[in-house]
Ligand binder design. Structure first.
Ligand code: ATP
Length: 488
């Protein structure tokens, strides 16, 4: 190059090209025109092929080309979908937890951060379509979080809730894990098991129990953190019953060999019965906290059919508690006899509604064969209203009576709420407790009312409350006596 004298220093003029440069340029021109003519020919051949070749042959060539390109690619991608059939895919869940911790320290561009009131730390996850690069034992791995929107099936859009497919998700979530295919064995046999192990540790450390409820015929993905403080220590329950129950739960937890030996599925059923306010929900909370199992709270009134119920139960993971409260009134569960009388109805018609036999058969049958370490709890305020099928021996493993306060339960409540075991008013209150029907919830409520005034004020208040109950009881009894005399 030479400086142009007229246009100053910044302007440069190219020198005349040499013979060698001319040669190079003409070679480049030839290469370009060859490439262009190949592309044009390819397009021509493709359009001719599209017109004259049958579509089957075209597909064959396309899939062949696809196979060749895949063969030449060295990348392997593993797709980890959120659901495996109807159940949550544990590998997805583990990846979610693992990446939540790993992405924290990584150079990802978009993260999702969230926290509920009960959570101690921020939950960090990858944002949609975001990538994260991990290195494990010198293997480079690329994670990608993919969310695909899917339209609900027509049946669902038209409001036909009966079709359980309709309840399928509006968004399909999956992780894609890509790496060089020479590391396939390491990833499958070492890296993914490592992630499962890490996720278990993260879960244990977080010590979080979740409460799952049903939303549009499926378990809500935005499950709530269950933070009920009730434990077996704070639950006021007959001392012997409490001991039996804790032992039963511990045996259940360590019972893998036992259940295998006797050939029964690893599940346990409890029926809690008693008047409102006697602590049924509190006992469920104590059980969940003791076992560290998530709670799946199923309101049968919202379930349309046995098939919907089946989908929900099948998608429950192992190590969980299924709770069906107020089983006597949550749904018009037909009893066996009336179901038998409707035997001539078609199968389809009977599948249209949730029935007690549908529920019990499923729990005893298919549900037992998949998943393990599961607890089912039914509660009722009216045991006498329950179908005999539910009370049959062997159906629910333990029937737990939750009753009005007795002196032992009262002593525990006084100790828990006031921190005392001796007081001059206790004896008099215990006598009253034996005479009236008072629930632990009522006693707890009275003890809490005047907690600022100290034990004296609280116990005086409770004593008054019980006296009023006793007077009411006497009045009722007298009225009934007069009424029966009048009737004679
Ligand atoms: N046995 C108990 N020990 C300690 N607290 C109790 C007990 N029973 C009831 N309570 C107190 O009373 C409140 C209400 O009790 P809980 O909801 O467990 O009763 P429930 O039998 O489930 O009532 P319902 O049948 O109306 O659901 C609880 O939050 C708890 O504070």
């Amino acid at each position: 190059m030479m400086q142009n004298q007229f246009m100053g220093r910044s302007c440069k003029v190219r020198a005349k090209p040499s013979a060698a440069a001319y040669q190079k340029m003409s070679k480049a021109k030839i290469a370009l025109s060859t490439a262009a003519s190949i592309a044009a020919s390819a397009m021509l051949i493709r359009s001719i092929a599209n017109e004259i070749l049958p579509s089957g042959i075209q597909d064959y060539f396309c899939s062949g080309l696809h196979r060749v390109s895949r063969y030449m690619s060295s990348q392997l991608t593993i797709v980890i979908e959120e659901f495996k059939g109807l159940s949550i895919n544990q590998v997805f869940e583990a990846a979610h937890l693992y990446l939540g911790v790993r992405t924290n320290a990584a150079s990802t561009q978009r993260l999702r951060v969230g926290k509920t009131e009960n959570e101690k730390t921020l939950e960090i996850t990858l944002d949609r379509n975001e990538e994260f690069f991990d290195v494990y034992e010198n293997v480079k791995l690329k994670w990608r979080f993919v969310c695909l929107q899917v339209q609900a099936p027509a049946a669902f859009r038209n409001g036909n809730m009966g079709d359980y497919n309709a309840s399928l998700r509006s968004e399909v979530r999956q992780y894609e894990l890509s790496f060089h295919n020479k590391h396939k064995d390491t990833v499958l046999n070492v890296y993914l098991p490592h992630i499962l192990e890490k996720a278990n540790a993260i879960k244990k450390e977080s010590n979080v129990i979740k409460l799952h409820t049903v939303n549009y015929d499926r378990w809500d993905a935005n499950d709530t953190i269950f933070k009920h403080p009730m434990t077996f220590k704070s639950l006021a329950l007959d001392a012997e019953l409490k001991e039996d129950l804790v032992e039963d739960l511990d045996n259940f937890m360590n019972g893998k060999e036992y259940y295998e030996r006797i050939g029964r599925s690893w599940k346990r059923g409890y029926l809690l019965y008693g008047p409102p306010g006697t602590g049924k929900s509190s006992l469920i909370a104590a059980m969940a906290n003791h076992l560290k199992f998530d709670i799946y709270d199923l309101d049968l009134t919202g379930i349309q059919s046995n098939s919907d119920l089946r989908v929900l139960l099948l998608s429950m993971p192992s190590q969980s508690i299924l709770v069906i409260e107020d089983i006597d009134c949550s749904i018009k569960l037909q009893n066996r006899e009336s179901e038998d009388s409707s035997k001539n109805q078609s199968e389809n018609q009977r599948d249209d509604k949730v029935t007690l036999s549908g529920l019990l058969n499923f729990i005893d049958g298919l549900w037992s064969c998949c998943g393990e370490k599961r607890i089912i709890i039914f509660t009722t305020n009216h045991k006498e209203k329950l179908d005999p099928a539910l009370l049959r021996p062997g159906r629910m493993d333990m029937h737990i009576p939750m009753s009005y306060c007795n002196t032992s339960v009262f002593e525990q409540l006084v100790f828990n709420y006031l921190g005392i075991s001796h007081h001059h008013l206790l004896e008099q209150i215990q006598e009253l407790i034996m005479e009236v029907e008072v629930t632990p919830a009522e006693v707890a409520g009275e003890l809490m009312k005047r907690k600022c005034g100290g034990a004296d004020i609280s116990l005086q208040g409770l004593s008054k409350f019980l006296q009023a109950k006793k007077t009411e009881k006497i009045k009722r009894k007298t009225n009934m006596k007069w009424m029966s005399l009048a009737a004679q």
